[in-house]
Design a protein around this ligand. Structure first.
Ligand SMILES: [Zn+2]
Ligand SMILES: [Zn+2]
Length: 291
């Protein structure tokens, strides 16, 4: 089967792979979204890695399904405390070899409603990450820093929750999208800030009122200095949220039909390099590949 596989330098290359063996249901991939974390793994992940975890597939019965990315055990102390994504079982692969392939083995699937197209169905996983993170964000005036795909999902979810949402992004076309979903341009102090772009950490912390909360959502690829004396004096709260649970994915699928569409570029897997470039240059908010 065709797949995009990382080579010895961690760069994507087209390859022919044997059909995946092992546990899980063999499903045919219909679409797989490119995530910022996929891009960050380029040049770092091991040779032979197949990236892609935002997957819509067709199961053996011909039904369209969304693939669950990571499964917590649901029983350990961390799971019961609500930190399921730190569960020891969580890192085990559930989509083998990875979504940028024609076929994968899936540990768990969730049916996709007919009203959602394949590309929108791939939003279930990133939206689930956002829904789980939003639970840690206090209500009120909330600033979203970084209006890439995740930031745009945060804006939509927070607006629907009833918050006063503000948005910041150095790129006008991304900020315009956020404003179109109901955010206002960043201005004045806020109760909480959501960090979706690590370059904005200063901006996010500075905007917080005393007692405010910073939610760290973006993956930090560089050292981001935090002034802990400021955290102390202004009694700020720093919280992190990483990844999603199967339940959050079900919630995301229920919410997706009600969200405003986010501009998406859909390309065949053969044009992976082109999609990567569109994403990395911030020209496309979201890129989805179809094998
Ligand atoms: Zn992702
Ligand atoms: Zn657990």
């Amino acid at each position: 089967m065709r797949a995009v596989v990382l080579d010895g330098a961690g760069q994507p290359a087209h390859a022919d792979l044997p059909e995946p063996e092992g546990p899980g249901e063999l499903v045919r991939v219909r679409a797989c979204g490119l995530c910022g974390t996929d891009v960050q793994k380029l040049g770092r992940a091991a040779a032979g890695t197949v990236l892609g975890h935002e997957v819509v597939a067709e199961d053996s019965a011909g039904r369209r399904v969304v693939l669950v990315h990571h499964l917590p055990c649901g029983e350990c102390e961390r799971c019961r405390a609500g930190h399921e994504t730190t569960c020891e079982r969580f890192p085990e692969p559930t989509i083998v070899p990875g979504g940028f392939a024609e076929r994968v083995r899936a540990a768990e699937t969730i049916p996709l409603t007919d009203s959602l197209d394949d590309a929108t169905g791939t939003f279930a996983e990133p939206l689930a990450c956002v829904l789980r993170a939003v639970e840690r964000v206090p209500r009120g005036r909330v600033l979203v820093v970084g209006c890439g795909f995740a930031g745009l999902l945060f804006v939509q979810v927070l607006v629907r929750r009833g918050d006063d949402v503000l948005a910041a992004d150095p790129l006008p076309h991304r900020l315009d999208l956020a404003l179109g979903y109901g955010a206002e341009p960043a201005d004045g102090p806020v109760d909480a800030a959501v960090l979706c772009a690590h370059a904005g950490v200063d901006r996010a912390l500075t905007a917080l009122k005393p007692g405010g909360t910073l939610l760290v959502f973006s993956w930090l690829t560089e050292h981001a200095p935090v002034d802990f004396e400021d955290v102390l004096r202004r009694e700020l709260t720093l919280v992190g949220s990483c990844s999603a649970t199967p339940n959050a994915m079900r919630d995301a699928l229920a919410l997706l039909p009600g969200l405003d569409p986010i501009p998406t570029v859909t390309l065949p897997l053969e044009r992976f390099a082109e999609g990567l470039e569109l994403y990395a240059s911030h020209e496309a908010a979201k890129v989805v590949f179809t094998p």
